[in-house]
Design a protein around this ligand. Structure first.
Ligand code: PRP
Ligand code: URA
Length: 208
């Protein structure tokens, strides 16, 4: 199982709060935004740098600035929307694409219903974001959609993953690194992550 678990104490503390059934939509959204920002810090750790010369008020200075391809962020609707603002706080120049995929409740297979990417997909590196990686079907399908448009370098950011979903994405997309705050125990018979946090979309938007 190839996955990077981001075990920063702030993330782990906020994740415990977000899992709690007593946490309502307002606090859930705030926590998800904060965790997404912290995960974005980790997922961008290996961005390439180049040196440039600037002038401080005191002296000339050789400084490091980001180089390499520009970034794109792709939330998977709906729940991925809850992480966009946190990620954009750290990488405000990123372009944002959207993928609409929902999980058929009976088959648990992903159903694609929307796709809108920036026009320059092939010129960008991408972070696909979704709080939940359960069977992995939605994430793998979203990554497929991006690759079909020419994206070559993609990372997946989630909040809670199941071992089944990590394994599936590893198999379907061995080139895609997965970053998550936790890998939980298992999926239940309805495809929910155990212990997980319930239905992320419903908890963000208060629809249940
Ligand atoms: C949830 C979640 C993921 C997907 C994960 O979305 O946000 O996209 O399930 O499950 P998987 O790994 O088994 O595919 P859902 O289908 O509930 O749609 P929603 O975000 O519109 O509520
Ligand atoms: N989607 C969710 O929102 N939660 C799960 O546990 C599994 C899929």
């Amino acid at each position: 199982m190839k996955v990077k678990i981001v075990d920063h104490p702030l993330i782990q503390h906020k994740l415990s709060l977000i899992r709690d059934i007593k946490t309502g939509p307002k606090e859930f959204r705030e926590l998800l935004e904060e965790i997404a920002m912290l995960l974005a810090y980790e997922i961008t750790r290996d961005l390439p740098l180049e040196e440039m010369e600037i002038q401080t008020p005191v002296a000339p200075c050789r400084c490091k600035v980001l180089s390499g391809k520009k970034l794109g962020v792709v939330p998977i609707l709906r729940a991925g929307l809850g992480m966009v603002s946190g990620v954009l706080k750290l990488i405000p120049a990123a372009k944002v694409g959207h993928v609409g995929v929902y999980r058929d409740p009976d088959t648990l297979k992903p159903v694609e219903y929307y796709c809108k990417f920036p026009t320059d997909v092939a010129d960008r590196d991408f972070i696909v974001i979704d709080p939940m990686l359960a069977t992995g079907g939605s994430s793998a399908a979203s990554i497929d959609m991006l690759k079909r448009q020419g994206a070559a370098n993609i990372k997946l950011m989630c909040l809670v993953a199941a071992p089944e979903g990590v394994k599936y994405v590893n198999e379907q997309h061995p080139d895609v690194e997965i970053y998550t705050a936790a890998v939980d125990d298992h999926l239940n018979d309805h495809g929910y992550i155990v212990p997980g946090l319930g239905d992320a979309g419903d908890r963000i938007f208060g629809t249940k």
